[in-house]
Design a protein around this ligand. Structure first.
Ligand SMILES: C[S@@+](CC[C@H](N)C(=O)[O-])C[C@H]1O[C@@H](n2cnc3c(N)ncnc32)[C@H](O)[C@@H]1O
Length: 432
């Protein structure tokens, strides 16, 4: 397919996403099935155009003066891909499979594209109804913070110290990936996003299959490190899902002590078994929930650490899932908040006197972070937030100290400040 035909296809897919209010991945898959002539490179390039358009949907529509799939793609080519009006006009030739030629107004707008005067939710590409919440966290940094969340994310890997002695060893075994060391996590390797947004097929690398590396954002690696779990501890990973954090904790504990990994959704937990065995983890007991029974009821009051990687809106991962931002609704935030209260209350019963709850979200909304914790502290006597100034240093992450944003109770990572996904981490200590 020609570059112009790929742009036409991206406009078509965006129209489908809008019309049927469906996830981008589903619309892209259907497009591929209906256009079998398109090869894998074409499909990847179209997906990349669609995701870039979703990242910059509001600002692209703003510069073009209308919110149609065509306007969003044209605006994105200008704002995100840096093409000038002439280059975009050359792509829109109107020839077979190419988009229709630019109108006079489109050409003018592309030539003078400018976001000055745009409201924050347009310049930062996010739904306007969350602006007051984000303003509470970011204040004057709101727009640069949200613009950073609208960029493409790199692919981060975590080196598994249960299998490899050092990050260098894994790095040297994978020279063809062109990875660099992540600046903040001592275990991370980073592969920059490519020009067309395609990543390497890391999951088919022999080193991946041998368990040397896992795909994990640096922010998620840091959140696990901040928990400071140690060999010999008794730990519940209450919202273990596919096990990203579980694997990181097991490596920190060097397979000593015990992690009980559970989740209320057995389907989400299912992939953990293969991942644990590939990673050489031997100190994790998976507790799969059966019907409505509590899978960890025998552990109440006995845990040194309960990790609550809470269900959340996932706003901190919008670089990777840009279509999620336009589907977020106030109702889903309310649902997540109730779930957060439920998991925190469950964690409180598991932790022993002197033990701790590590609360993590991949959100930047205060409602899901500090507010969830202050409501918890109102409901539960005998817990206090761990002073968070010292946490990065205690976790051996001095380089994080200057960069991280501190909130009332926790630490907030963001693409703008720490170059990671948006993660929140706080520790609540149960009094001894
Ligand atoms: C952010 S995801 C976990 C990601 C995972 N820890 C990782 O690092 O890959 C949140 C998880 O919480 C689970 N969850 C939601 N409500 C829960 C509850 N009441 N008890 C336990 N898990 C719950 C969801 O099924 C989901 O898998």
């Amino acid at each position: 397919m020609t570059p112009a035909a790929r742009i036409s296809a991206a406009i078509e897919v965006l129209a489908d996403i809008d019309a049927r209010r469906r996830p981008a991945a589903d619309a892209l898959k259907d497009w591929g099935l209906a256009h079998r002539f398109a090869g894998s490179k074409d499909r990847a390039a179209i997906a990349s155009l669609v995701y870039d358009a979703l990242r910059r949907k509001a600002s692209s529509a703003w510069i073009m003066g209308e919110n149609t799939p065509r306007a969003v793609v044209l605006g994105m080519l200008r704002l995100q891909r840096g093409l000038d009006a002439g280059a975009i006009a050359a792509l829109c030739s109107g020839e077979r499979f190419a988009p229709e030629p630019l109108s006079g107004e489109e050409r003018d707008r592309l030539a003078t594209a400018d976001l000055s005067g745009a409201p924050a939710h347009v310049a930062g590409d996010f739904p306007d109804w969350i602006e007051p919440s984000l303003q509470r966290l970011f204040g004057g940094d709101l727009v640069p913070e949200m613009q950073a969340l609208a960029t493409r994310a790199p692919l981060d890997l975590r080196v598994n110290t249960l299998k490899v002695s050092s990050r260098e060893e894994a790095h040297d075994a994978l020279p063809h990936l062109g990875a660099i060391e992540t600046p903040l996590s001592p275990l991370g390797l980073r592969i920059a996003p490519s020009e067309d947004g395609r990543g390497p097929a890391v999951q088919s690398e022999p080193e991946f299959l041998k368990g040397w590396i896992e795909i994990q954002d640096e922010g998620s690696q840091l959140a696990a490190l901040i928990s400071q779990v140690k060999p010999g501890e008794q730990v519940v990973d209450l919202c273990a899902g596919g096990g990203g954090k579980t694997l990181a904790l097991a490596a920190m504990m060097d397979n000593h002590g015990q992690i009980y990994a559970t989740d209320n959704d057995a389907r989400r937990l299912a992939p953990i078994h293969d991942r644990l065995s590939r990673a050489g983890v031997r100190n994790v007991q998976v507790r799969t929930p059966r019907a409505k029974a509590d899978a960890v009821s025998d552990l109440d009051g006995r845990m040194d650490c309960v990790l609550v990687d809470a269900p959340c809106t996932g706003i901190g991962t919008w670089r990777r899932n840009p279509d999620a931002k336009w589907r977020l609704r106030p109702g889903s935030l309310e649902t997540r908040r109730k779930e957060q209260a439920t998991v925190l209350d469950r964690a409180a019963r598991l932790v022993k006197p002197g033990g701790r709850i590590v609360y993590i979200t991949c959100s930047i909304l205060p409602e899901e972070n500090d507010d969830a914790l202050s409501a918890f502290l109102e409901r539960h006597d005998g817990f206090r937030p761990e002073p968070h100034d010292a946490l990065p240093g205690q976790a051996g992450l001095q380089s994080l100290t200057e960069k991280i944003r501190r909130t009332a109770y926790g630490l907030q990572l963001t693409p703008h400040r720490t170059g990671t996904d948006g993660f929140f981490v706080a520790i609540l200590r149960r009094e001894a």
